[in-house]
Design a protein around this ligand. Structure first.
Ligand code: NHR
Ligand code: GAR
Length: 212
């Protein structure tokens, strides 16, 4: 798993694995040395690595080394969980179809950063989070699952981020389970689940249990 910060999504996956999620988290890699998620990994007995992007002259050379480090663990799936560095086409192509991200908006709305403030500024009534396969198009890869939640009176960026994050912790382990069970595939620019090509992202409502 690749992280840059707090690692609460990492924790949600660690907790799901402790219950019954059939994956083995081989390593956690952060581009930031002070990411709290590294401590979460160590506490769970998972190898924690730092690969500091500021030590490399450009994105391509960083991604080259990152790709080799990731490949050394022979992952079946590479999970971005609050990883804040855009990945070059070299990296994305190497792990094509095995690379998931969770993004805090209802994609294709609000690609990139500061999604909560942008949803508030637009006066949106509904917001959410999306899990998608990663392609070279930033936050533009095929969508798997989205969760929608209402923006309520008095929500500010911080409150909204908290609400969205709590829902991310439900949808990400659900998608990872589908992938681990061999039920999910990226097919060109779409996704198939149980052999059926999705016409669009699957949806979940606020507070519902994950679909079976
Ligand atoms: N890489 C590719 N090729 N495609 C995607 O869809 C990616 C990706 C890398 C990360 C996560 C994404 C998000 O969920 C993600 C998706 C970082 C930035 C960004 O602008 C944007 C989107 C995402 C992650 N990063 C700045 C950069 O120059 C640095 C910002 C910082 O360090 O704070 O890389 O939102
Ligand atoms: C999550 O909300 C995730 O969707 C978002 O950052 C947070 C990370 O939280 N990701 C991005 O914005 C990627 N650019 P976490 O570190 O506690 O999992």
């Amino acid at each position: 798993m690749l992280i840059s910060g707090n690692g609460s999504n990492l924790q949600a996956v660690i907790d799901a694995v402790a219950l019954d999620l059939p994956v083995d988290i081989r390593a956690v890699i952060s581009n930031k040395a002070d990411a709290y998620g590294l401590e979460r990994a160590r506490n769970a007995g998972i190898e924690a690595w730092v690969l500091d992007h500021t030590q490399y002259p450009d994105r391509e050379s960083y991604d080259q080394v990152l790709a080799e480090l990731v490949a050394s663990f022979k992952p079946g799936l590479v999970i971005l969980a609050g990883f804040m560095r855009i990945l070059s086409p070299h990296f994305v192509n190497k792990f094509r179809g095995q690379l998931l991200n969770i993004h805090p908006s209802l994609l294709p709305k609000y690609r990139g950063l500061h999604t909560h403030q942008r949803a508030l500024d637009a006066g949106d009534l509904v917001h959410g989070a999306s899990v998608h396969f990663v392609t070279e198009e930033l936050d533009g890869g095929p969508l798997v699952l989205q969760i929608r939640l209402p923006i309520e009176n008095g929500d500010d960026e911080e409150k909204l981020a908290k609400k969205v994050l709590s829902q991310e912790h439900i949808i990400y382990p659900a998608v990872i389970r589908w992938f681990a069970d061999g039920r999910l595939r990226m097919k060109g620019n779409s996704v198939s689940k149980d052999g059926v090509t999705l016409k669009g992202p699957l949806g979940m409502r606020y507070h519902e249990a994950p679909p079976a």
